[in-house]
Design a protein around this ligand. Structure first.
Ligand code: FAD
Length: 503
């Protein structure tokens, strides 16, 4: 029996979810969302970090059972890099050496919510050269506002206290010169809800809004199918006519006809699916960029950060009340995005002091904007991966400019340390791919000149009704976390579909 939906959305991460929600809110189109992975722990797309420890570990175990993750872990050499919980590495044999060739730490998630079931929710707006200058300012501003509503972005998810104030005030004093109010050091905008015992982290249940429940979806002619792999988009004479879907449990395939197809399958697998479908623009999979990352630990000066209480009173040997603070990117003066994170969200383990006393420590993460080059790219092999799609290999390296920037990052770490207290140990340069912010591989552009895959509304050049979403659409070199921008571009794409429907 043939099936037809007005729109088929591939991928259920924050971007696919935002696209479906926007369409459901602004049109009466029937929508099918397909997701290759499972609904982890039957949570409906909540952020797994909110779950109690046992359920959380169960969800991570389910994530590791996804075929690509399973194959990667079964063949993983002892000294290979480890993936963050809920993710798996593209290169199972990449070693822990902090090299950058081939982007050793490139990772993915496959489950309801994608990486958005595991993320740490930082949602800053881009600034200066990070911004997409060919999109009208007013269109972008409106899309950011909608995206912030869908993601529920707030700045007071963590309660303000004397330590938070000390951090933000010190950073403003030492890094605030020449900045406008919106680009001053400040608490990080986070996709979360306030709660007495700390924020509730946002997942795609929040982004989906009224589509998060089966009843809500039925009321808006929307269906969600997990464990359903899109193998191919069927494109005939410049028109996407449907998709080939495979039920991952039974292996059965079926064709579903579609009025519009939107692919938000991440910055690696969106180009992979287009390549498998014979849609192969010159720029597809190229301009791959990831934000080179440096991390460090900063011990806050206790005499200034802890006026009312002693560090000895701090539970768990560490400061767990400072939330996340942000120094925004600024061309030339500060070409980094800096996050100062309370330790429970920092990737660096901290040894307790021998005497058991607490220490007010925060993790500092610096993301740099990479020089973008067409040669940094995904290569699609003839061989197939564990899902039967073209195997991917990454050709990727840092430029001399990127390496200069990493050296500059070490100076910034020292300056932040001096502003707040002192740096503990040496800054660590992480292997390329660690940021999990891969961009550019199906980027948007103002004209079809071979350097971009999509038009400014994320529609694939030359295909009337095929739209792409995700960080791969971002054409600029950014240092800030990309999800808010990617969700904003999905809102613009959905509005373009709605506009075309109404004429
Ligand atoms: C630990 C962690 C922390 C992070 N912190 C931040 C942060 O603080 N701020 C920030 O901005 N970003 C952060 N990120 C990155 C952020 O999660 C991603 O930018 C975001 O999830 C991208 O959304 P997406 O919808 O484009 O893709 P994803 O969330 O990656 O979802 C893509 C989905 O598509 C599915 N899919 C792929 N191929 C197919 C196919 N052929 N058929 C069907 N389904 C398919 C996948 O299974 C996957 O579920 C973090 C990520 C992680 C893992």
């Amino acid at each position: 029996m043939s099936e037809r939906f007005d729109a088929v959305v591939v991928g259920s991460g924050p971007v696919g979810s935002a696209f479906a929600r926007r369409l459901a809110e602004t049109t009466d189109m029937s929508i099918l969302m397909v997701e290759a992975g499972k609904d982890l722990a039957d949570t409906g797309g909540v952020n797994i970090r909110n779950l109690p420890p046992e359920r959380r570990e169960g969800a991570y175990a389910e994530a590791r059972a996804f075929p690509l993750a399973r194959v990667a872990s079964e063949t993983r050499p002892q000294d290979a890099l480890s993936a963050r919980p809920g993710t798996f590495l593209l290169r199972h044999d990449a070693t822990g050496t902090p090299d950058d060739l081939g982007m050793p730490a490139a990772a993915m998630s496959s489950n309801l919510g994608g990486m958005g079931a595991h993320w740490t929710c930082a949602c800053p707006r881009p600034g200066d050269s990070e911004r997409i200058d060919f999109l009208p300012e007013s269109v972008l501003a409106e899309a950011f506002e909608t995206a912030e509503t869908y993601l529920n972005v707030i700045q007071d998810g963590f309660p303000s206290n004397e330590t938070t104030s000390f951090i933000v005030e010190s950073l403003r004093r030492d890094f605030g010169a020449g900045r406008t109010a919106d680009r001053m050091p400040q608490p990080m905008p986070l996709a979360c809800r306030k709660n007495e015992s700390g924020p509730i982290w946002g997942g795609v249940d929040v982004v989906l809004g009224p589509l998060a429940t089966a009843e809500g979806r039925a009321a808006r002619r929307t269906e969600l199918r997990t464990q359903t792999l899109c193998r191919r988009i069927i494109v005939v004479d410049g028109q996407a006519t449907g998709v080939e879907l495979e039920d991952c449990n039974t292996g059965q395939s079926r064709i579903v006809d579609a009025g519009t197809v939107f692919v938000a399958a991440d910055a690696l697998r969106t180009p992979q699916l287009l390549h498998a479908s014979g849609v192969r623009h010159e720029a597809l999979g190229r301009y791959l960029n990831d934000q080179p990352q440096v991390i460090s630990l900063i011990e806050l000066d206790p005499s200034r950060a802890w006026r009312g209480s002693s560090p000895r009173d701090v539970p768990d040997q560490r400061d767990n009340v400072t939330g996340v603070s942000w120094i925004p990117f600024k061309d030339r003066d500060f070409p980094f995005h800096a996050q100062l994170m309370q330790m429970d969200t920092s990737p660096i383990p901290l040894e307790p002091r021998a005497d058991g006393s607490g220490r007010p420590v925060v993790g500092l993460g610096l993301f740099a904007a990479k020089e973008i080059r067409a040669d940094d790219r995904i290569v699609f092999e003839d061989e197939r991966d564990a899902l039967g799609l073209p195997k991917m290999r990454l050709e990727y390296s840092l430029t001399d400019g990127d390496r200069d920037r990493l050296r500059q990052a070490a100076d910034v770490v020292a300056a932040v340390g001096a502003s707040l207290g002192k740096v503990i140990g040496d800054p660590i340069v992480l292997p390329a791919g660690t940021s999990l912010h891969y961009q550019g591989t199906h980027r948007i552009g103002p004209e079809d000149d071979g350097t971009c895959v999509c038009d400014p509304a994320s529609k694939v050049w030359g295909v009337a009704n095929l739209y792409l979403g995700g960080n791969g659409c971002i054409p600029t070199s950014t240092a800030c976390n990309p999800t808010l921008t990617a969700v904003s571009l999905a809102v613009i794409a959905a509005d373009d579909v709605a506009k075309r429907q109404s004429v």
